[in-house]
Write a protein that binds this ligand. Structure first.
Ligand code: DX5
Ligand code: ZN
Length: 232
């Protein structure tokens, strides 16, 4: 991995393997890597915080052996503090927890920080930015859910655009180095919208994995390039 790939402020496409063909997971991850993708978004669902169950440590551990990508683990898990060390041990480079899922959010974020990986906090569509304003100094990124977490392939919730802009303003005003990640319903129509609002880390599941992965990645990165300063 290049040194710059996880510095704050960089624009990254973060394909979500929730939409992968699990029968060909390794091969599809290799295709992403060859297409120049640096971040891999890994959705862990526990059937409690969200209705569905996805996958956990064994899957992450085995793809870690074959991939050098930055593993961005999104925990849709109740009281995720119970599992931070497990996810670090199986290869996470970043761990994001939901504000709504933690009894003591500050403590959970501190656990992630102490484990040496990047720290992310996420909010569901119904949770206001205000609810996490007190932890902005303690995180590397905020993940704004642009659909209700639980399933891939849902429609982008239009009201979330305003939330992204609101957070971008706070980050600029307070001169924080915090990335804004968006997740859910990103496609060729909504991608320009979230970039314009101020998101820089873009999760995409069905957009990347439905159809030809290489050409989908090419299209998404071409759109993103319009929003990135080439001399940055
Ligand atoms: C939703 C997950 C997303 C999901 C996105 O709960 O957190 O990462 O995979 O899928 P798309 O991009 O298809 O909406
Ligand atoms: Zn996700």
């Amino acid at each position: 991995m290049g040194l710059d790939d996880h510095r704050s402020g960089s624009y990254q496409l973060c394909p979500s393997i929730l939409s992968a063909d699990f029968n060909r997971l390794g091969e599809q991850i290799q295709t992403l890597e060859k297409a120049g993708v640096k971040w891999l978004h890994i959705d862990v669902m526990d059937g409690d915080f969200v209705p569905s169950i996805s996958f956990g440590m064994p899957v992450i551990r085995s793809i870690r052996r074959e991939s050098k990508m930055f593993f961005d683990v999104h925990l849709m898990v109740t009281e995720p503090g119970r599992y931070i060390q497990d996810f670090v041990d199986c290869g996470a480079d970043s761990i994001t927890v939901h504000a709504e899922a933690c009894e003591d959010l500050d403590r959970t974020l501190q656990m992630i920080r102490d484990s040496g990986v990047r720290v992310g906090v996420s909010i569901k569509p119904a949770t206001p930015v205000h609810d996490i304003s007190h932890v902005l100094e303690d995180v590397d990124m905020v993940l704004i859910m642009t659909v209700n977490p639980g399933f891939g392939g849902q429609k982008y919730i239009g009201e979330m655009t305003e939330k992204i802009s609101e957070l971008r303003e706070i980050i600029e005003e307070e001169d924080l180095s915090v990335d804004i990640q968006v997740d859910g319903g990103i496609n060729r129509e909504t991608l320009p919208v979230v970039l314009k609002a101020g998101a820089n880390l873009i999760v995409a599941g069905s957009y990347v994995f439905n159809g030809d992965i290489r050409s989908n990645v090419r299209e998404a990165t071409a759109i993103m390039r319009n929003y990135t300063d080439p001399f940055e």
